[in-house]
Design a binder for this molecule. Structure first.
Ligand code: NAD
Ligand code: WQD
Length: 337
């Protein structure tokens, strides 16, 4: 029996594939490589000592996806594949709706046809919008402010409807907070195309001299130092959360939803300082305007995942920064030669 990992060549999917392989799962990866590189597959093999089956397929192509279900005995699906850039989603909403929702519909149809009962979905803290209370618990109110976030909320709603109608399904909705860090080996990590939108890859590119300075988006938020606060979580901790979620699904829980965060918030300037300490590199920065759509603070209450999954983040901010730096300094151009 195999786990189908969609988007398994991507940042979180590649780290999760390694943890799954190390736990003894058979892994089948489907990725169209629209935001990743084939070399990741070789690195997964190098690090795990195992070769996951790989299909270079667009998940929205149902005919091609059906071959994957015919050729493999799929027991569970972890669905990472999605477009994820918030700003791009505002200018290209159709692409986000057809990719992120279209791919999920294809998977639901094939799950039904091939009797696959277990599904793990990559959701995001973005579905909490601007939270009314902190830390954020799973039953907080949900709202979104951009098409990317809306695709996550729509898929969550679809999952709630589908699970209500079919009690034999087991679904884990995992809401990630802000993943950073990389595998300890420095062989896989985050490799965004072009100028990064997210803060950590931006900082690491400043540290290797590819960008001159960090723009700190606003220092007038209602936070201790005025900069935005987020719950950064090590990508390997996040990957382990998926292994725990699969174990949970084997108990037939129906639909379950968990925050995957550390529960601790760090400001932009605290993150910059932690990174400087970990890397020995001074990070130049300039305070600029707030970025439209940003919120002041966002951090998880992760106690539900701890109680029900037996999962807790192990790595702190220093290790997150050390591992992001190891990846970037050893691979200054990411996966590109
Ligand atoms: P990523 O872009 O590195 O990985 C996504 C992978 O999916 C890529 O390899 C891409 O090529 C593939 N893909 C996209 N559309 C596809 C399609 N139609 N068919 C086949 N493959 C396709 O992103 P990531 O950071 O690893 O994110 C994984 C998931 O987690 C996404 O669903 C994302 O929305 C979600 N998420 C990410 C973050 C974050 O900050 N990184 C936070 C919360 C949630
Ligand atoms: C973090 C903090 C910025 C860049 C986004 C998505 C969210 C989720 C994770 C997918 C904020 C500040 C950033 C920079 C800065 N993705 N910042 N200078 O916005 O919390 O979340 O990624 O689901 O949906 O919205 O993450 O890394 O972009 O920003 O000062 O160049 O860093 O203002 O306070 P964010 P981020």
């Amino acid at each position: 029996m195999a786990v189908l990992v969609t988007g398994g060549a991507g940042y979180i999917g590649s780290h999760t594939s390694i943890e799954l392989l190390e736990e003894g799962y058979d892994v089948v990866i489907v990725d169209n490589l629209c935001n990743s590189d084939k070399i990741v597959l070789e690195r997964i093999k190098e690090l795990s000592g195992k070769t996951p089956k790989f299909y270079e397929i667009d998940i929205t192509d149902k005919e091609k996806m059906e071959v994957v279900f015919k050729e493999n005995e799929i027991d569970s699906i972890i669905h990472f594949a999605a477009l994820k850039a918030v700003g791009e989603s505002v200018s290209m909403p159709m692409e986000y709706y057809s990719n992120n929702i279209g791919s999920t519909l294809v998977l639901f149809e094939l799950m039904k046809k091939y009797n696959v009962k277990n599904f793990v979905f990559s959701s995001s803290a973005t579905v909490y919008g601007d939270p009314e209370t902190l830390p954020i618990v799973e039953d907080s109110s949900l709202s979104v402010t951009n098409p990317y976030g809306r695709t996550k909320l729509i898929v969550e709603d679809m999952l709630r409807d589908i699970c209500f109608a079919d009690k034999s399904l087991n679904v884990a909705i995992l809401r990630y907070f802000n993943p950073i860090g990389a595998h300890k080996s420095g062989r896989i990590g985050e490799d965004p195309n072009g100028i990064p939108n997210n803060i950590m890859p931006y900082i690491t590119k400043v540290a290797v001299g590819q960008l001159p300075y960090l723009n700190v988006f606003g220092d007038d938020y209602d936070t201790a130092d005025g900069t935005g606060i987020r719950d950064y979580i090590h990508v390997v901790d996040l990957a382990n959360g998926h292994v725990k979620a699969l174990e949970k699904l084997s108990e037939n829980p129906g639909l379950v939803t968990y925050n995957l965060g550390t529960g601790k918030g760090y400001s932009v300037l605290q993150l910059v300082n932690a990174f400087s300490k970990a890397s020995g590199k001074e990070i130049q920065y300039k305070i600029t305007e707030r970025r439209p759509g940003d919120i002041a603070a966002c951090y998880a209450d992760p106690t539900k995942a701890e109680k029900e999954l037996g999962w807790k983040a192990k790595y702190g901010i220093d290790e997150m920064c050390e591992d992001s730096w190891r990846w970037q300094s050893q691979n200054p151009n990411g996966y590109k030669k």
